[in-house]
Design a protein around this ligand. Structure first.
Ligand SMILES: [Mn+2]
Length: 321
């Protein structure tokens, strides 16, 4: 499965580990899990974590390193959890001596010399833990296990998504051997501020519910200002629409303003029907049941809603939901 990966790592004196823009806990967890393990195992190597210190709960992870262009050029670059080249946080990755891609997203674009893509895995953290287990056998140091477990929790929504497998739980059990405090980790990952709580209430009250079984909401810049939430925090509230028996698809469109140009980035979630092919047509993509769209006008967002409704109706007609 990991043919050649350890070999490449062992022969590289400098390793730069990258992940996607606006990282979530799977991107940061896999990055810091791998970086920490590499630093511990190979103290004589130079190992760096690249990217901006932003995204979802960046405070739960260390600050990334400032790395010079020349260092990246001579390094082995390992890019985690990133399906397309444009989304790599710090485009200097492309100047590296050698690039390795490790990901659980369906293969979208090859931008490396070597790929370890396992799209049946629920999280990149699951893959990194699997790799480390194959090399280390004994339990990992607690901080490394915590980083990887956080990514597992986030990408599987606490082991509830349909890509959660027996293997995911085996990996969780492997990580659990490092004396993890599950209740504290859950609390840190999923508890919200009172501002977010009030914002959630607003979203739930004002969601548009289509009779086909689709709920959606637009979040404007003014609304985020009124509730004091950032676009990143607002985006996370997509989970508020999950777990409703009548909803097959749910969507949240967050407004952005770049140099006076206003547009929406959206998150799409579904129980069964595919939404990633729809997302692809609107400058996005992702997993079958969890995808994103970018740079949409309100009209385009409504077209996406319409397409999703059609998809649900087809599925109901064919009796697949
Ligand atoms: Mn991921």
């Amino acid at each position: 499965m990991f043919d050649g990966l350890l070999h490449e790592i062992e022969k590289a004196p400098v390793i730069c580990v990258f992940r996607h823009l606006i990282p979530d806990a799977d991107a940061l967890g896999s990055q810091w899990g791998l970086v920490s393990w590499l630093r511990m195992t190979y103290p004589s190597k130079k190992v760096y974590a690249l990217g901006k210190h932003v995204g979802v709960k960046p405070e739960m992870f260390p600050s990334p390193d400032a790395v010079r262009d020349e260092t990246i050029k001579e390094s082995l670059a390992i890019v985690l959890d990133t399906a397309n080249a444009k989304r790599v946080d710090d485009q200097r990755y492309s100047s590296a001596r050698m690039i390795i891609q490790i990901d659980h997203h369906p293969l979208h674009e090859i931008y490396s010399q070597k790929q370890y893509i396992f799209d049946h895995r629920a999280a990149t953290c699951e893959i990194i833990a699997e790799f480390l287990e194959s090399v280390v056998v004994k339990p990992l140091p607690k901080p490394i296990a915590e980083y990887l477990y956080m990514g597992l929790l986030t990408d599987t929504l606490k082991f509830s998504t349909n890509n959660t497998s027996a293997h995911t739980l085996q990996i969780a059990a492997y990580l659990a051997q490092s004396d993890l405090n599950f209740s504290r980790l859950n609390e840190e990952m999923f508890s919200v501020s009172s501002k977010e709580y009030r914002f959630s209430n607003y979203l739930r009250t004002h969601a548009v519910i289509e009779p086909c079984g689709l709920a959606y909401s637009f979040v404007t810049i003014e609304m985020m200002q009124e509730y004091g939430v950032s676009a990143n925090d607002a985006k996370e509230r997509i989970t508020d629409f999950g777990g409703v028996r009548d909803f097959e698809v749910w969507a949240l469109f967050i407004e952005h303003n770049e140099e006076g140009h206003r547009f929406f980035n959206g998150s799409l979630r579904s129980k069964n029907v595919a939404v990633n092919d729809i997302a692809h047509r609107y400058r996005g993509g992702g997993h079958r049941n969890a995808a994103a769209v970018k740079g949409c006008s309100r009209e385009e967002a409504l077209l996406i809603i319409e397409e999703c409704c059609l998809r649900i109706k087809e599925a109901k007609h064919n009796d697949t939901v």
